[in-house]
Design a protein around this ligand. Structure first.
Ligand code: F6R
Length: 611
């Protein structure tokens, strides 16, 4: 939530900052702003309500310039979206951008107001810069004033600060909100996320919590916020490239990311499977067979789409590894005082690796001595660094707010975890493990087939785009995919949609069925097939419209073939990956036809770094 960028170097920085904001707009787009120090060392600040394009329009009329500056794209928490609440915020010689939430801002604000300070926004951020100005007036030492200010803040922050009085320095700090420092030959960049700096450098330092960095054009000094001691940082090479973060000719990032899925799935399994020996090796998971044998409970914890991946994994891990699995929403997990100890394996799942609730759930696990691992897409993210072992999904940067390729690669990572666990503990024979790997190898071509055959799904989108409510029904491993399909539709097309376990139909939702309620059913051959057919008959008997994704051939028992989409055959464990694709395409097409902002749907942000 909120994207921040900073630049200090020897070139003009404005376009670099604006380009960085463009790459971070997925984190929020309620307002945007920039502050630069020009040659006269005076602050030039331009802010605008709404998307970055509005700011660019303003800058065309009132250009700013300089080789040092900060910029921000906002997802509103405190204070509605408007120019007064847009960052950067200023007080005296200081201007600042912030991502996070200051929990004690009301108290601090009251104190500052009693000292005569007048605020011009409703944000918690303005309190930080006002406090900095106040502290500076007390100590007349910039660095000390920054330290004093940050120590008084409760909550989460990533901040970047410019100061007219010290115009050759950028100061940045973080606590629980992400911040990276990119290093080039002649400049330093700060950003909330890697895509903002990728065109300029792949050499990156991931700042740790409670670190401050003082950056000049010739170098930087890192120190600990609590005690001021110097810290050493080791740069990492990011293996994403700038082209991965572009649209590559697609109309939307979401569409590009949908089509990238076969490649992303291959990259994810190729990173851990030895194709010769058909064995699975997780280089960074830190979970060997002795440890696996000691585990007597698994907790899978995540938010949103990643939570749906966790739900699928419960079926796989319980069936294959015969160990009980609890699945929790991170926001609930952290507040329910879960029973955790060293025999519990906690696996948190997060595309961004920065989601505040997931991060807090992981901290809860670490504090209580559980075995804590993470499945993460963004290398170097907070969750990846906090966990005691990681499986990386190799989805590449996911820019569209609605998660697609991150989700299917999470499913693959979890599938591999279950297969590895079951084979290491003797629950699967060598042949069975090899068969699971073979099924996986055959998956990308089946995904390609679905993605190349979109006429029917596009037709459904045209026909049903005007409906107000949708129901998604499935059983078994496809039940979480019904939830995910409904989530995709509601978040980008703003149509109300509910996912349900088909067995629950008679316990309530069947009352909703009428001619105005399309029902998307996900149906696979196997023990649950007949039961799904019965559910379909129940919908039809009440004049509901059935749209069916059905494994293999279409079935007369379901109704007209035009309302059925034949899915390639695969195992129960991999079917969730395949069934996700037409649901993503359907949601995408409906959203495009309804003219919504597909990549940046209203009120959402990609990385939910506040609670
Ligand atoms: C929906 C979506 C969100 C995220 C959720 C968790 O399309 O993208 O529901 O899945 O905010 O985010 P991560 O996985 O980054 O922790």
């Amino acid at each position: 939530m909120c994207g921040i960028v900073g630049y200090i170097g020897t070139s003009e920085g404005r376009d670099i900052l604006i380009d960085g904001l463009r790459k971070l707009e997925y984190r929020g787009y309620d307002s945007a702003g920039i502050a630069m120090l020009g040659e006269d060392s005076k602050l030039q600040i331009v802010r605008c309500k709404g998307k970055l394009s509005g700011l660019e329009g303003k800058l065309a009329e009132a250009p700013v310039s300089g080789s040092l500056g900060i910029a921000h794209t906002r997802w509103a928490t405190h204070g509605r979206p408007c120019e007064a609440n847009a960052h950067p915020h200023r007080s005296g010689p200081f201007a600042l951008v912030h991502n996070g939430i200051i929990e004690n801002y009301a108290l601090l604000k009251e104190e500052l107001e009693s000292n005569g300070h007048r605020f011009s926004s409703q944000t918690d951020t303005e309190v930080i810069v006002a406090l900095l100005d106040h502290e500076w007036q007390q100590v007349k030492d910039y660095r000390q004033a920054v330290r004093n200010t940050l120590k008084k803040l409760k909550g989460s922050f990533a901040v970047v600060i410019v100061n007219e009085l010290e115009p050759d320095q950028l100061v940045a700090a973080k606590k629980e909100s992400p911040l990276i420092l990119g290093i080039t030959e002649n400049a330093f960049l700060l950003a909330s996320d890697v895509p903002a700096i990728l065109p300029y450098t792949r050499k990156v330092i991931y700042l740790n919590d409670e670190e401050i960095v003082f950056i000049s054009r010739s170098g930087f000094q890192l120190e600990s916020l609590p005690d001021g001691s110097p810290r050493t940082a080791f740069p990492h090479w990011v293996d994403w490239n700038p082209i991965m973060a572009e649209k590559a000719g697609y109309k939307h990032f979401m569409l590009k990311e949908i089509y990238e899925q076969p490649r992303a799935v291959i990259d994810t399994f190729r990173s851990v499977i030895d194709l010769e020996s058909r064995e699975i090796h997780f280089a960074e998971l830190n979970l060997d067979r002795n440890l696996l044998r000691q585990i007597d409970k698994v907790c899978l914890v995540a938010c949103g789409t990643s939570y749906h991946a966790a739900m699928v994994a419960k079926y796989m891990i319980e069936a294959l590894c015969r160990v009980p699995v609890e699945v929790d929403l991170a926001s609930e997990f952290r507040s329910r005082n879960p029973v955790l100890n060293e025999r519990v394996l906690l696996v948190v799942i997060s595309q961004s690796g920065e989601t505040a609730d997931t991060r807090a759930a992981l901290k809860e696990g670490l504090d209580k001595g559980a075995q804590c691992r993470a499945i993460v897409n963004v290398v170097g993210s907070s969750i990846a660094r906090m966990a005691q072992g990681v499986i990386y999904t190799h989805a590449g940067p996911e820019i569209g707010v609605a998660s697609t390729k991150a989700f299917t690669t999470q499913l693959i990572a979890l599938y591999l975890l279950a297969a590895y666990w079951a084979s290491e503990t003797g629950k699967l024979t060598r042949e069975q493990t090899a068969q699971m790997i073979q099924d996986l190898i055959e998956l990308p071509s089946k995904m390609e087939k679905i993605l190349s055959d979109t006429d029917k799904i596009n037709g459904w989108a045209r026909k049903y785009m005007g409906f107000k409510d949708f129901l998604y029904l499935a059983r078994g491993t496809l039940y979480p995919i019904a939830l995910e399909g409904a989530l995709k539709l509601k978040e980008i097309s703003y149509i109300h949609a509910e996912g349900y376990a088909a067995g629950e139909m008679k316990h309530g939702p069947i009352a909703l069925i009428d001619t105005e309620m399309p029902v998307m059913v996900l149906i696979k051959h196997g023990p649950l097939f007949e039961k799904m057919l019965s559910n379909i008959q129940e919908v039809k008997a009440r004049d509901g419209i059935v749209l069916a994704l059905i494994e293999g051939e279409t079935s007369d028992a379901i109704g007209e073939a035009g309302n059925q989409f034949g899915m390639p055959v695969t195992s129960d464990w991999l079917a969730p990956v395949l069934f996700s694709l037409p649901l993503q395409l359907f949601a995408y097409q409906v959203a495009v036809l309804r003219g919504t902002d597909v990549d940046q749907p209203r009120n959402l942000a990609k990385s939910v770094t506040v609670e």
